[in-house]
Ligand binder design. Structure first.
Ligand code: GRF
Length: 215
């Protein structure tokens, strides 16, 4: 597949995809990375690894519609098959989503439907959750609420800060995001209503992180 990745900042999930490709675990290529912000670490990663990238800023356009049309044009122009939101801090509207039906995935740092929206790790701490984690899901019009493809869970420890919990969750984001890309690339992912079926996925019996394949 030709992957299109949308980013806004650090890009550690982008790096996880790059690493999986460079390690031969993913057969896909990153056709284009688009950042809505200049000077971010995600762009430095593209430069370092020779990955095509562009900065497209919302404020360069009069409306969200025009901005999203530009994103679509750039993605289609690069032949993108699957769009990956990897720390993209904007909500996409149907203008974009209708062009890539069930072809947009997102990584979110909680077990959705818990703690949707911003600062998911802070929300988990403030709520007093004992377990949190991360989710890769299809993106629909409802924020952080599309069909779940994979989740991984981690304990929330009494001494946790937002940073320590984020770091523990992030390690699993970097594992399940490339894993899901591979599942989709291999044509093993099917959406049935709200549910996602992954052909031949192996599920372990460990209390944490049941979706143990080789990522
Ligand atoms: C991650 O925690 C991701 O789950 C959330 O935004 C953060 C992005 O981190 N959507 P990075 O830019 O991939 O390092």
């Amino acid at each position: 597949m030709n992957l299109g990745v949308l980013v806004s900042g650090r890009g550690s999930n982008l790096q996880a995809i790059i690493d999986a490709i460079e390690a031969g675990k993913l057969k896909d290529r990153i056709a284009l990375v688009i950042s809505d912000r200049e000077g971010v670490q995600a762009i430095d990663r593209c430069v370092k690894h020779g990955i095509p990238h562009r900065v497209i800023k919302r404020r360069s356009f009069d409306s969200k519609e025009e901005f999203e049309k530009k994103l679509v044009e750039a993605m289609k122009g690069s032949g993108v098959d699957l769009v990956v939101l990897a720390g993209f801090m904007r909500v996409l509207s149907p203008i974009f989503l209708k062009e890539f039906p069930m072809k947009v995935i997102n990584i979110h740092p909680s077990l959705i439907p818990a703690f949707q929206g911003m600062h998911a790790q802070r929300q988990a701490l403030q709520y007093g959750a004992r377990i949190s984690g991360c989710t890769v899901h299809f993106v629909t019009e409802e924020l952080d609420n599309g069909p779940v493809i994979a989740q991984a869970c981690v304990p929330v420890l009494p001494e946790d800060t937002e940073e320590s919990l984020s770091e523990r969750i992030l390690r699993h984001e970097h594992r399940i995001l490339p894993q899901v890309i591979r599942w989709i690339s291999e044509g093993r992912v099917r959406v049935e209503g709200r549910k996602v079926v992954v052909e031949g996925a192996r599920y372990g019996t460990l209390p944490f992180n049941p979706e143990l394949e080789d990522f």
